[in-house]
Design a protein around this ligand. Structure first.
Ligand code: FE2
Length: 287
C-alpha cells in the first residue's frame, strides 16, 4: 500500500479533498481497509496499545472531557482510568511507530502544505458512553476509526475564520483569539450540523476550525493524522526574525525610552521591505 491520502479516501480523489478543505467542508468515507496499518502492532487493539506504549498517556478528566482538562498517567494507570470512563490520548504515535511517518509526509505532500507544517499521529481511545466536548481545532485533522463506533457532530464555524488556536465551548477564550473572533463564543453546537457515525474503517476529514463533538457508543479507538500548517504570519515573522537577527542594531536591548532609535530602525526596515519578494522568502523557509 502506497502511503498517502488516495489509499484512505477511495473512490474519492485527492483533488476533491483539497477542494473540500478550501471550502471548510467535511468528508467521510467508509470501508477503508484498516489492515494497511497492521505493520504497527500497537494499533491492533487497546490492550496492545496499553501493553506496549513506551510513554505517558494523556487522560481527559471527566469535568470537561477535553484536552483542555487532562493529566498524564502511566499506561497501567491509564487502563484503570479508561475503565472508569475517561478518554485516552496517545500523542505523537509516529515517534514510536516510524512506519507512520511516510503517511504523514505523503498526506502533507498531497495537501501541498509547507515543509514547516507540524504533523503528528494521535491515537484516541474513548470508552463507551463518553466523548469529547464541543470544540474546534486550528489544525486539519484526518480520523481513521480502527475499532468501535463513534458518532461525530460537526458544524461550520461562523464565529471565527481560520483560527490559530483551538477553543472548547464554555472554556476561556485565548487572548489572541479574542482579538479576531466574533464574541461571545457559542455554548452549544450550532443547530445546523451534520452527524456522522464512524465504524472500523471509516475515515473522516475535519477542516480547520470546524466545530465538533463526539460520542462513542462502544469502546472506540481511532488513529488521527493531524497537520498544523504555518500561516502567512508564521512564514513572514520567521523570515523577518532571521533577517533582523543579522543586524546588531536590531539586536540591541530594547529600551522603552529610546523612541528615536526604534523609529529609525522602523524607517530603515520600511525602506528595505520594498525590495523583499515572496520567492526569496519562500526559498528561505521551504527547504
Ligand atoms: Fe478536535
Amino acid at each position: 500500500m502506497t502511503p498517502g491520502l488516495a489509499a484512505l479516501i477511495r473512490p474519492h480523489l485527492v483533488a476533491e479533498v483539497v477542494e473540500r478543505l478550501a471550502r471548510d467542508e467535511v468528508l467521510v468515507v467508509h470501508g477503508v481497509d484498516v489492515g494497511m496499518f497492521s505493520d504497527v502492532p500497537f494499533l491492533a487493539s487497546l490492550p496492545a496499545l496499553l501493553g506496549s506504549w513506551p510513554d505517558v498517556v494523556h487522560v481527559h478528566l471527566p469535568d470537561v472531557a477535553d484536552e483542555a482538562s487532562s493529566v498524564t498517567a502511566s499506561p497501567r494507570d491509564a487502563q484503570r482510568m479508561f475503565a472508569s470512563g475517561m478518554g485516552l490520548l496517545f500523542d505523537e504515535a509516529q515517534r514510536y511507530a516510524p512506519q507512520l511517518v511516510p503517511w504523514l509526509d505523503a498526506i502533507r505532500g498531497d495537501l501541498g502544505l509547507s515543509a514547516l507544517t507540524q504533523q503528528r499521529c494521535l491515537v484516541y481511545a474513548t470508552p463507551a458512553g463518553k466523548g469529547t466536548a464541543a470544540h474546534f481545532d486550528h489544525n486539519v485533522n484526518f480520523v481513521l476509526q480502527l475499532s468501535g463506533t463513534k458518532a461525530w457532530k460537526l458544524a461550520s464555524n461562523t464565529h471565527v475564520e481560520r483560527p490559530m488556536t483551538r477553543h472548547t465551548m464554555r472554556q476561556s477564550v485565548d487572548p489572541e483569539l479574542q482579538t479576531y473572533a466574533h464574541l461571545p463564543m457559542p455554548e452549544a453546537m450550532p443547530a445546523e450540523l451534520v452527524e456522522v457515525v464512524l465504524e472500523a474503517g471509516s475515515f473522516l476529514v475535519v477542516p480547520r476550525g470546524t466545530w465538533h463533538s463526539t460520542h462513542a457508543t462502544t469502546d472506540a479507538v481511532s488513529l488521527n493524522f493531524t497537520f498544523t500548517p504555518p500561516t502567512w504570519i508564521d512564514l513572514f515573522t520567521a523570515a523577518l526574525r532571521s533577517r533582523l537577527a543579522m543586524s546588531s542594531d536590531w539586536r540591541e536591548t530594547a529600551a522603552p525610552h529610546a523612541v528615536a532609535t526604534f523609529e529609525a530602525l522602523l524607517r530603515d526596515l520600511a525602506d528595505d521591505a520594498q525590495h523583499w519578494n515572496a520567492v526569496d522568502i519562500l526559498a528561505a523557509t521551504e527547504p
